[in-house]
Design a protein around this ligand. Sequence first.
Ligand SMILES: NC(=O)C1=CN([C@@H]2O[C@H](COP(=O)(O)OP(=O)(O)OC[C@H]3O[C@@H](n4cnc5c(N)ncnc54)[C@H](OP(=O)(O)O)[C@@H]3O)[C@@H](O)[C@H]2O)C=CC1
Ligand SMILES: C[C@H]1O[C@H](OP(=O)(O)OP(=O)(O)OC[C@H]2O[C@@H](n3cnc4c(=O)[nH]c(N)nc43)[C@H](O)[C@@H]2O)[C@@H](O)[C@@H](O)C1=O
Length: 309
Amino acid sequence: MELDATVYVAGHRGLVGSAIWRRLEAAGHTRLIGASSSELDLRDREATFAFLAEHRPDVVIDAAARVGGILANRDHPTEFLSDNLRIQVNLMDAALDVRTPRLLFLGSSCIYPKYAEQPIRESSLLTGELEPTNDAYAIAKIAGLLQVQSVRRQYGLPWISAMPTNLYGPNDNFDLTSSHVLPALIRRFHDAKVAGAPEVVLWGSGTPRREFLHVDDLADACLHLLETYDEPEPINVGVGEDVTIQELASLVARVVGYEGAIGNDLSKPDGTPRKLLDVSRLQALGWKPTIDLSDGVAATYAWYLENAV
Ligand SMILES: NC(=O)C1=CN([C@@H]2O[C@H](COP(=O)(O)OP(=O)(O)OC[C@H]3O[C@@H](n4cnc5c(N)ncnc54)[C@H](OP(=O)(O)O)[C@@H]3O)[C@@H](O)[C@H]2O)C=CC1
Ligand SMILES: C[C@H]1O[C@H](OP(=O)(O)OP(=O)(O)OC[C@H]2O[C@@H](n3cnc4c(=O)[nH]c(N)nc43)[C@H](O)[C@@H]2O)[C@@H](O)[C@@H](O)C1=O
């Protein structure tokens, strides 16, 4: 990407969008565009078309979405489907209208079947049933990657899709009802340490396995893909190894300095038993992550103490 390219980062205040913005700035990009959801609601089709027509970006990175953890997805499927379909359809239709030369759409590893063969290759898409706690979100994301493929086929534009694994880092959502597991555990172990609570109770059995990628690594991978990747298939972005939720909890407790017990609430859902991504196609492009999980959790806890307590 030329350093004077105009890059619109949709969702630039979120976990992913803010990391991509930082990474672009660090690389020397000077023409970055962002708009908060109150300035531009991407569910508003007319406003989205007007915004793209005004700015005519060279590159669009779609990191805007309704995002949440397992309970938010399970309890609000209507909004996860409807908002995400509207956000991405409006954004991509408007980008097509001004023939945006390059676009990166971000999906999620939840697009793959619940019982996909591990590690999950991109070719597993649509080969089995989805995990019911997030099927509405997954279907919206699958529609997004099909929109990218359709634009490529019909209009010849080199748009691409990436499917990240579970992410964490600065600007994550630490709200206990809507967050993902890693920020939730940072907050819950911190609160338990401060309160001197004897136990922190994990949702579910603690046996599901998850792969965690620091969002600064994800941002670096996104820039690398914009430089090197031009295929219709989505490409997985992950670290290639996973841990159980119990192991994650022990790690977070150690980083936070919480010494009480760790229990399990079996009335809460486990979700997908495992979703380790096969990252061989990404590695073949010459990219690998640099932030180890325990260093990343320590840095995120430091960020939390500084910014969110
Ligand atoms: N977090 C994770 O673990 C993973 C995330 N992803 C993907 O990465 C992308 C970004 O996720 P993440 O950064 O975690 O999410 P966040 O919730 O942190 O950020 C989402 C961003 O989207 C913006 N947004 C939401 N609704 C609208 C709207 N109607 N109009 C305009 N902007 C809107 C928000 O803007 P504002 O702040 O101004 O309201 C916010 O900046 C998503 O596509 C997600 O699927 C993929 C895999 C894992
Ligand atoms: C990124 C991804 O994120 C979601 O899928 P998920 O990986 O299942 O999400 P999660 O991070 O919320 O949970 C991971 C595991 O952790 C357990 N768990 C324990 N204790 C807490 C806890 O306190 N909070 C949360 N949230 N989970 C907990 C929880 O029960 C589950 O077994 C989807 O939105 C999906 O659409 C998506 O894309």
